[in-house]
Design a protein around this ligand. Structure first.
Ligand SMILES: C[S@@+](CC[C@H](N)C(=O)[O-])C[C@H]1O[C@@H](n2cnc3c(N)ncnc32)[C@H](O)[C@@H]1O
Length: 298
């Protein structure tokens, strides 16, 4: 008897003559459980499929590359910016379609349609694409060759006929070789300069208005004073990341002025009309400034 129990998995042995035989009931219960488990597995599988479909192109920035353009895009990475390539969101975390700086520029310039814009530090062409979509003709300068290669991909893929990307160093490039501009987009790059006053002065030779977004010296930092042609500027020396990093400046130290010194610097380099659009003391690295600046042509 003991042996029989063991061979039926602990259940009572089958008695086929009995109509309501307990082993048959047991079998029925087991069948129902198996069916329920199978249905649950199918339901969970379907849920997962739906969730993964909604991630591609929406919440999850990186889809998988399957078309030739997507494969070229991925081969140029890693990217900082995010772009929609053949219907799939690819690239890094920064979505320039919702970036407010082009919007600020458009508000000040009026319509960007038909305007000539000089863009400084184009990164991977995210702002450039938005400027071109708004109808602007853009000369966009970028100093890191890997970023520049990504910019060229964006120009080709989005057929940006009105955009010229230029590989050049903003610390020395002669802006007058590109002609005159309706405005400058000077975003995220002044704080990568060791002599930001020099960039502000040179860019004033080709445009009379500029949207500036930059960081100022953090309040906790040890301030130092530099003197430029009799002008005293307070700020701190920011230590750049590796020189070949795509988000870095091209020399080891950059000068970040205090808020007051930034305004002073703009004025003594000829940007006489300074309108503060925003000042955010809680920005990630230092207080951030959004400024609309105007001047007479130098
Ligand atoms: C922080 S990213 C800002 C990108 C974009 N303009 C924005 O506002 O999001 C700085 C960009 O400036 C470029 N850059 C830094 N120093 C440069 C220099 N001396 N000449 C040209 N580009 C430079 C970097 O390669 C990078 O693309």
């Amino acid at each position: 008897m003991k042996t029989q129990l063991a061979s039926t998995g602990g259940r009572p042995p089958c008695r086929p003559c009995s109509e309501r035989c307990p082993p048959m009931e047991w079998l029925l219960v087991e069948t129902h459980i198996a069916l329920f488990k199978a249905r649950l597995r199918r339901f969970l599988g379907r849920l997962e499929e739906l969730a993964s479909r909604s991630r591609v192109g929406f919440a999850r920035p990186v889809g998988s590359a399957s078309t030739p353009a997507q494969r070229v895009f991925e081969s140029l990475g890693p990217w900082t910016s995010r772009f929609l390539i053949d219907g799939v969101c690819l690239g890094g975390p920064h979505d320039f379609t919702s970036d407010p700086r082009v919007h600020h520029l458009a508000q000040r310039v009026g319509s960007l349609n038909g305007k000539r814009i000089l863009e400084l530090g184009a990164l991977e062409g995210g702002h450039t694409l938005e400027l071109a979509r708004a109808g602007a003709a853009v000369v966009a300068i970028e100093g890191h060759p890997a970023n520049f290669a990504r910019c060229l991909f964006i120009k080709r893929y989005f057929r940006l006929e009105s955009v010229e990307f230029v590989l050049a160093d903003l610390r020395s490039v002669e802006f007058t070789r590109f002609g005159r501009f309706d405005a400058v987009l000077n975003s995220g790059v002044l704080y990568h300069m060791n002599a930001p006053w020099d960039l502000l002065e040179r860019v004033g030779k080709v445009a009379q208005s500029m949207l500036l977004w930059t960081e100022c010296a953090p309040t906790h930092s040890r301030l130092e004073t530099v003197e430029v042609c009799g002008n005293r500027l307070e700020g701190y020396w920011y230590v750049e990341g590796p020189i070949d990093h795509p988000l870095s400046g091209k020399q080891p130290l950059s000068f970040w002025p205090t808020r007051e010194s930034l305004e002073h610097m703009l004025r003594f380099t000829g940007w006489s009309a300074v309108t503060w659009l925003d000042f955010n003391p809680d920005s990630m690295y230092g207080p951030s400034a959004t400024i609309w600046a105007e001047r007479a042509l130098a």
